[in-house]
Design a binder for this molecule. Structure first.
Ligand code: G1P
Length: 287
């Protein structure tokens, strides 16, 4: 079945970024020249999604505004002959068809994804947590969709983590390995290091099938008192196939202030127009 939707949960309070995220949602913080949300949508589009479903909290509608056309701004830029800026604004406003659903209460990632059920309907869909950027070719979501084409089941992005870090993630138990693909038999959200079923962590990118919505409706609050997507995926894994793909390349953290800063520096260092700025700023700082 053809791919259409990508669900992007962006309803969180952004506590880790306060005070920067007091009035500006963390998804609108810039990484180089564009906000985090645009990187996520561009990755979804490059994997084949045409429609994006943003799950927002009340008051975070500005995240959607970045992705909608702004004819008045486009007209003003056109009148002033600002061609480069016009192109950038047009690109951001026409990446995908955007729908918004509101998560009324902060009841967890699983509950956020469930809010998208009516828009997504009866098709497999992508889901991306915009806390990491993929700068790999093909991007991680595209690698997952290739996994879906191999297996026809839900697909999780997996990466190996040191035991000391696994309790920050969802971790999976696997039964069968084919190259970089692992068949997932169980998943545990935020396990204690000693209880983690393996060192394979779920990395915030998924292909999900419509069955996830029923599983979410049956999922009770779990880790942190929240309805966890990982628990609903574990339920699916008990009744049918679920696969994980150990993706190629790395994801860059933009979900913590330190990660966001490091990612900006790293990408700026690799950008031909910003490379010299980074070098001279670092040289001046160490002089
Ligand atoms: C979420 C998921 C978790 C996943 C993590 C990293 O947790 O619940 O399973 O491992 O993202 O992508 P959060 O970082 O929101 O606590």
């Amino acid at each position: 079945m053809d791919l259409r939707h990508c669900v992007i949960p962006a309803a969180g309070l952004g506590t880790r970024f306060l005070p920067a995220s007091k009035a500006v949602p963390k998804e609108l913080l810039p990484v180089l020249d564009r906000p985090v949300i645009q990187w996520a949508v561009e990755e979804a589009v490059s994997a084949g999604a045409t429609d994006v479903v943003l799950v927002l909290a009340e008051g975070k509608e500005s995240v959607a505004h970045h992705l909608l056309p702004d004819p008045a701004l486009e007209r003003r830029l056109e009148e002033r002959g600002k061609q480069r800026e016009l192109e950038a604004v047009r690109t951001a406003g026409h990446l995908a068809d955007i729908s918004i659903v509101i998560q009324a209460e902060p009841r967890g990632l699983g509950d956020a994804v469930l809010q998208a059920a009516d828009v997504v309907g009866d098709r497999p869909f992508l889901c991306i947590l915009p806390d990491d950027l993929s700068v790999t070719d093909p991007p991680v979501l595209a690698q997952l969709w290739q996994g879906y084409e191999r297996h026809g089941s839900p697909i999780l992005a997996l990466a190996r983590m040191p035991r000391s870090e696994i309790s920050r993630y969802g971790a999976v138990a696997v039964a069968e390995t084919r190259g970089r693909d692992h068949r997932v038999t169980d998943a545990v959200e935020k396990p204690r290091a000693d209880d983690a079923p393996s060192d394979l962590a779920v990395m915030g990118r998924y292909v999900l099938t419509p069955g996830i919505f029923d599983a979410l409706r049956q999922t009770a609050p779990g880790a942190l008192g929240e309805i966890q997507l990982t628990d609903a995926i574990a339920m699916l894994a008990r009744s049918g196939p679920v696969w994980g793909v150990e993706y190629e390349g790395t994801l860059l953290d933009v979900g913590t202030p330190a990660g966001w800063l490091a990612t900006n520096i790293r990408l700026a260092r690799d950008d031909p127009t910003l490379r010299t700025v980074v070098r001279s700023a670092l040289a001046a700082a160490s002089a």
